[in-house]
Design a protein around this ligand. Structure first.
Ligand code: SF4
Length: 313
């Protein structure tokens, strides 16, 4: 039994729910639930490589942004219960059949005790496979310390610099401060990821998804990252925002405009960031490939290629 679930403080919500009897803010009880296990090509090139990243999409989320592109699993809690042994078998199958370059746990923080056990068992068969934690940035430093020895790569968002926007879209005005602390801890543990490497083994990449109508949030987010971590920080600038659920904020019901993207892109270049992945605005058809449908056995459409996430140096 994982005692932390008795009064859960795994994430910064610290809602102290007894997950053996009820769901936390994340929407999850003490039962491990998973929405998809399989190869995915939508990550940054050194993560996806040629064979894909072995993604494990966990059900639920401690952040729950209103516009979430994975809303079916983060908000609607779509997914199935798996025992640790069953998830290990699924992962072993994906590694064997697809030769994926890593195991990539997506939104795993509310299941950390389970995930540690899964990793220990997977590593018995595949001791060298890198383990990726793909997270929102809204992490508890103590939880990051718990998983330090099991994780090799952090792919983390830095979504909001604006406390009011974070409060409005994700009910977490503390996001900017919490996320900067969490990212500092991740970098302290793993350092910066070498983005020129063909297949990543270790390090941190920071992602920023540009929201339509909120250019200043992005400009300030990039500036904060620069001031905290410097221009060597590996940064992934994402323009893939796609409106899904009807939003109260009218701007979020449309796609990103090219002029919005280029204001932020030029700010990144003006600050001198050196290690950047950039997703230039694409045709709608290609962008929709980043929006999964978890009602399908293959949630990601077949036309997504690693090259859709471009890199510059
Ligand atoms: S992981 Fe879930 S239950 Fe635990 S503190 Fe966060 S929201 Fe609450």
């Amino acid at each position: 039994m994982f005692k932390v679930y008795l009064s859960c403080t795994l994430c910064p919500r610290r809602c102290k729910k007894n997950r053996f009897f009820e769901k936390g803010y994340c929407g999850e009880t003490s039962h491990l639930r998973v929405a998809y296990v399989g190869p995915h090509f939508g990550e940054e090139p050194p993560i996806s490589g040629k064979n894909g990243s072995g993604t494990v999409f966990l059900t639920g989320c401690s952040l729950k942004c209103s516009f979430c592109q994975n809303w079916q699993i983060s908000h609607k809690e779509m997914g199935k219960r798996l025992k640790i042994k069953e998830l290990v078998e699924e992962i072993n199958r994906v590694i064997t059949e697809h030769k994926v370059h890593n195991i990539n746990f997506v939104t795993p923080d509310h299941f950390v005790p389970h995930i540690i056990q899964v990793i220990k068992k997977v590593k018995k068969s595949w001791p060298d496979i890198p383990i990726v934690f793909n997270v929102s940035g809204y992490q508890e430093v103590s939880t990051l310390k718990e998983i330090e020895e099991y994780v090799d790569i952090y792919l983390t968002d830095f979504k909001y610099s604006d406390r009011r926007l974070a409060a409005k879209l994700a009910s977490c005005p503390d996001y900017p401060a919490v996320a900067l602390d969490a990212i500092s801890e991740m970098i302290k543990q793993k350092g910066f990821l070498d983005i020129k490497t063909e297949i990543a083994k270790k390090g941190v990449i920071i992602r920023h998804l540009i929201l339509p109508g909120y250019v200043n949030n992005s400009i300030d987010a990039i500036s904060m990252l620069y001031l905290e971590f410097g221009k060597e920080l590996p940064l992934s600038l994402m323009s893939q925002y796609t409106p899904i659920l009807q939003q109260k904020e009218p701007n979020l019901n449309r796609s990103l405009r090219k002029e919005e993207f280029f204001k932020i892109y030029h700010h990144v270049l003006d600050l001198g960031f050196k290690n950047i992945f950039v997703q230039f605005p694409e045709e709608n058809e290609k962008k929709s490939a980043f929006v999964p449908d978890f009602t399908s056995p293959q949630p990601f459409k077949g036309n997504l290629k690693t090259e859709d996430v471009q890199s510059i140096f």
